[in-house]
Design a protein around this ligand. Structure first.
Ligand SMILES: *Cc1c(COP(=O)(O)O)cnc(C)c1O
Length: 365
């Protein structure tokens, strides 16, 4: 049967190597996975208890409106319930936004080095991806993006990951405000993907939660996969105009977030103590990694997220493979056109120390 070339040229998403696979292939007993920006510690006890308490309900379909979860999120963010949509991870929301707002032949705008899901979702919907170049410091070039918006009437959606994965870099309040002002007289939505917003320490960072008060065309994406540690349960949120939320609710699958994920999200939001602990663990890791990379003379992008992107100054495969043989799974990012870089997620103190020891041994320093 005839299939669109856009579909045929897609390649399946390659996730980080699973621990079990690395153990099997290399005959190792201890393997640390610092490859998928996951939460390195156990989930909150409250989350585990909530899931156990609701296990027997899995015979029933989940609440299609996720009433309790949306209300809890609304209270947590101080955003009205009709401005909150939820997805099977924020990945589903990326997909839905493109399907809702773009016709085949339209375009989305993002940056080179941006989270790859934007491009994949666009291509699957026969939508083009326009990319501006990354700046030398790994940040998105918002002036070039504003130019692209001005020039290209096909652009319907802009995706800005803030902070971005895999670079860990962010765009500051002033630059973002200037960009949003430049988009104002175009029928365009600006999606601020804030999967890592909780980890940001930069004082000139502005969340879309602040900016949407002045710019009504902002859509914010948040996820339960990172600081909240619920990656396997697949829960993401969009904070957007009531109109956009209504459209998402028309297009999404009716039971896109399962019942255990819904109760886990409630419990996770309720345990901000645990969130603080995860953040402190992450920051301790970042400080240690930054100091180590400076000492080793390796280049890296300043990260505001829970990972760091290292420039090995050579093809990244050999270093990836030798770290793997030492039981450390990192993430090459060649699929982003970054051929000399490795992304390392922040682990526990023990995992960070082991990874740093492996790196030092490999580099002979
Ligand atoms: C991890 C990540 C997400 C989250 O994806 P989920 O589908 O919610 O697990 C979204 N955006 C970026 C940039 C990410 O790195």
């Amino acid at each position: 049967m005839k299939v669109s070339p856009d579909i045929l040229s897609l390649t399946p998403y390659r996730p980080g190597k699973p621990i079990s696979e690395a153990k099997r292939e290399l005959g190792l007993n201890t393997v640390y996975k610092l490859a998928s920006n996951e939460c390195p510690v156990n989930p909150s006890n409250k989350v585990v208890a909530a899931i156990k308490a609701h296990l027997s309900e899995i015979t029933r379909y989940p609440d299609a409106a996720a009433f309790d979860m949306v209300n809890a999120y609304s209270r947590f963010l101080q955003v009205p319930t009709n401005e909150i949509a939820f997805g099977n991870g924020s990945n589903e929301l990326i997909d839905l936004l493109i399907r809702i707002y773009c016709e085949p032949g339209d375009a989305i705008l993002t940056s080179q080095g941006a989270f790859i899901a934007y491009r994949i979702s666009a291509q699957a919907a026969r939508v083009k991806t326009v990319e501006t170049n990354l700046l030398d410091d790994g940040c998105f070039d918002l002036s070039a993006m504003a130019e692209a918006v001005k020039k290209n009437p096909k652009i319907r959606l802009v995706f800005i990951a803030n902070p971005n994965n895999p670079t860990g870099t962010y765009v500051d309040r002033e630059n973002l405000q200037r960009f949003l002002a430049a988009c104002k007289d175009r029928e365009i939505l600006v999606v601020l993907d804030e999967a890592y917003a909780e980890f940001v320490r930069a004082s000139n960072y502005a969340s879309g939660l602040e900016l949407r008060k002045s710019f009504s065309n902002v859509v914010i994406l948040r996820t339960m996969s990172k600081v909240y540690g619920l990656a396997a349960l697949r829960v993401g949120f969009a904070i957007a105009s009531a109109e956009t939320v209504d459209l998402i609710n028309r297009v999404r699958n009716p039971f896109n977030v399962n019942s255990l994920a819904q109760v886990a999200t409630l419990a996770a939001l309720d345990d901000q103590e645990h969130v603080r602990w995860v953040k402190e663990q992450t920051w301790r890791g970042l400080d240690l990694w930054n100091a180590t990379l400076n000492r080793l003379g390796l280049k890296y992008f300043a990260s505001q997220a829970n990972f760091v992107l290292i420039d090995c100054a050579q093809d990244s495969d050999p270093l990836f493979n030798s770290l793997l043989r030492r039981g450390i799974i990192t993430r090459p990012v060649k699929n982003y056109g970054l051929n000399t870089h490795l992304r390392i997620s922040m682990g526990t103190d023990e995992e960070n120390r082991a990874a740093i020891a492996a790196l030092e041994a490999e580099l002979g320093r």
